[in-house]
Design a protein around this ligand. Structure first.
Ligand SMILES: *Cc1c(COP(=O)(O)O)cnc(C)c1O
Length: 478
């Protein structure tokens, strides 16, 4: 593949867009510049390949394709069938899954598909039988009423938010918190690690329908074999949301007990985080759940996005290549180098380190809230996000943590030496930032002071770290 072709493709695309609405073309160009210039440590973000990006910008976007491969409610879906089947095949092969459903538009949607599939599969109700054989629209009010009553046990046990769980695992701001009666398992206050005995105890007391594994901000491996045993011991369905670490599973960094796919009944994921694909979601499951999962559209999803499924097929094909395993290993090596660099300089890390792609700094040791630290780092050219730490005294808005992750910088080609320098920059900013006060003299959780010259200096150092590793090096829009 010539680099020239990539550059020509994007330049031509922008030229075509510019002829219609130049401000959109400008914004797309500006986004590339901004991404190139920022030291991106957002743990959930990455940079998809040019091939993945280009697979999305075309006439597949014009197709309606409700239904599944070979069984559509619209005519003329033969090419959509080709890409959807390819994406699903790559996903099954890559993860060793019995079934893959590649239509979900995002991680949240994938979870919704999974929750409904589990509910529908687990409950034998006349109302539900009816829902399965007929259009949902045919259900009467009374049917729906009966359905809700029949569903009975709608208890979900998942990881608590402040221990790193996700909103979609039964918390109030998400519909899952309304569909399910939720209880959480946290982490051991002393070690910050999941205490599997406590999870087992909670499962015995609560008897959940679904036990959820997976997280957005837990910096350690999870033993999915043990969680499956716990689920089995109480008759729960075991679901894993691997949205954050799918790339580490794909790249065979997480194997055996730490690979969710052989252990879970159903696995959901995003495709755009460590997996490095297009923005989207996916469900993998055991054969018993496949029929229900495939009803995701129109049960909870809008029509599939064929252009994104095409891009999923491309990205999953990339993830099956040997260099992806190398990439996944470098993500973890980099996270560990970052953690070591921070620890050596005196930072406090939740769980004392990492064995995945992310590091959670407890910034209370620097006398800051997560919000102050996030802004001070941003002033210094370092993009992170604030995040709760376990038992966070500052709540979910201000927080006491900064979450940093390495998938994006690893894609750019930064290595462990640069991670140590990144740790130095982060530590410098956090030690030089001081918490501010409100007008009445009380401590502010948002205000802070950081010398502007220092912020500038760190920004330049961050730019120097990035300079040898250009983002989308083949793409020249000038
Ligand atoms: C990011 C994430 C999601 C949501 O993904 P979207 O694509 O933003 O909908 C769901 N679950 C977990 C664990 C996540 O980290």
């Amino acid at each position: 593949m010539s680099r020239n072709a990539e550059s020509t493709a994007f330049r031509s695309a922008l030229e075509v867009i510019r002829a219609v609405e130049p401000r959109v073309a400008d914004a797309i160009g500006a986004e590339l510049t901004d991404q190139r210039e920022s030291l991106k440590l957002i743990a959930s973000e990455n940079y998809a390949s040019p091939a993945t990006l280009l697979a999305m910008g075309n006439w597949f976007s014009d197709k309606y394709a409700e239904g599944t491969v070979g069984r559509r409610f619209y005519a003329g879906c033969q090419n959509v069938d080709t890409v959807e089947a390819l994406a699903a095949e790559h996903a099954r092969e890559l993860f060793g899954a019995a079934h893959a459903y590649v239509q979900p538009h995002s991680g949240i949607d994938a979870n919704l598909v999974a929750f409904w599939a589990v509910l529908a599969d687990r409950v034998e109700s006349p109302a539900l039988k009816k829902a399965q054989v007929r259009q949902v629209n045919d259900l009467t009010e009374a049917d729906w009423f009966a359905l809700r009553r029949e569903l009975g046990n709608q208890r979900m046990l998942g990881m608590s938010l402040d221990a790193g769980g996700h909103l979609t695992h039964g918390f109030r701001p998400n519909i899952s918190g309304k569909m399910f009666d939720q209880r959480s398992y946290g982490t051991d206050p002393a070690t910050g690690l999941i205490d599997y005995d406590r999870v087992a105890e909670a499962a015995r007391e609560f008897e959940p329908l679904i036990l959820v594994g997976g997280y957005s901000a837990y910096p350690r491996k999870v033993n999915f074999r043990i969680l499956r045993e716990i689920a089995d011991s109480v008759g729960a369905t075991f679901m894993v949301d691997m949205a954050h670490f799918a790339g580490l599973v794909a790249g065979k960094v997480f194997t055996g007990d730490f690979d969710p796919v052989p252990h879970a009944h159903i696995v959901t994921t995003t495709t755009h985080k460590s997996l490095r694909g297009p923005r989207g979601g996916m469900v993998l499951c055991q054969p018993e759940l496949a029929d229900q999962v495939d009803r995701g559209c129109p049960m909870v999803l809008g029509g599939p996005l064929p252009h994104v499924m095409a891009a999923k097929a491309v990205a999953l094909a990339e993830a099956r290549r040997p260099d992806f395993a190398d990439y996944a290993q470098r993500i973890v090596d980099n996270a560990q180098a970052l953690a070591d660099g921070l620890l050596r300089r005196g930072a406090t890390l939740v769980t004392g380190g990492t064995d995945n792609h992310l590091v959670l700094i407890d910034v209370s040791g620097y006398g800051l809230t997560g919000r102050q630290a996030e802004q001070a780092l941003l002033d210094s050219g370092i993009v992170t996000n604030r995040n709760s730490v376990p038992q966070d005294p500052n709540g979910a808005w201000y927080t006491s943590g900064i979450r940093i992750g390495t998938p994006a910088l690893t894609t750019r080609g930064l290595g462990t030496a640069e991670m140590d320098q990144t740790a130095e920059l982060i530590h410098t900013v956090l030690t030089q930032t001081t918490a501010g006060a409100n007008a009445d003299g009380t401590p502010s959780k948002a205000k802070y002071t950081l010398d502007a010259d220092l912020a500038d200096k760190v920004s330049r150092q961050a730019a120097d770290l990035l300079a040898p590793h250009p983002l989308y090096p083949a793409v020249d829009l000038t």
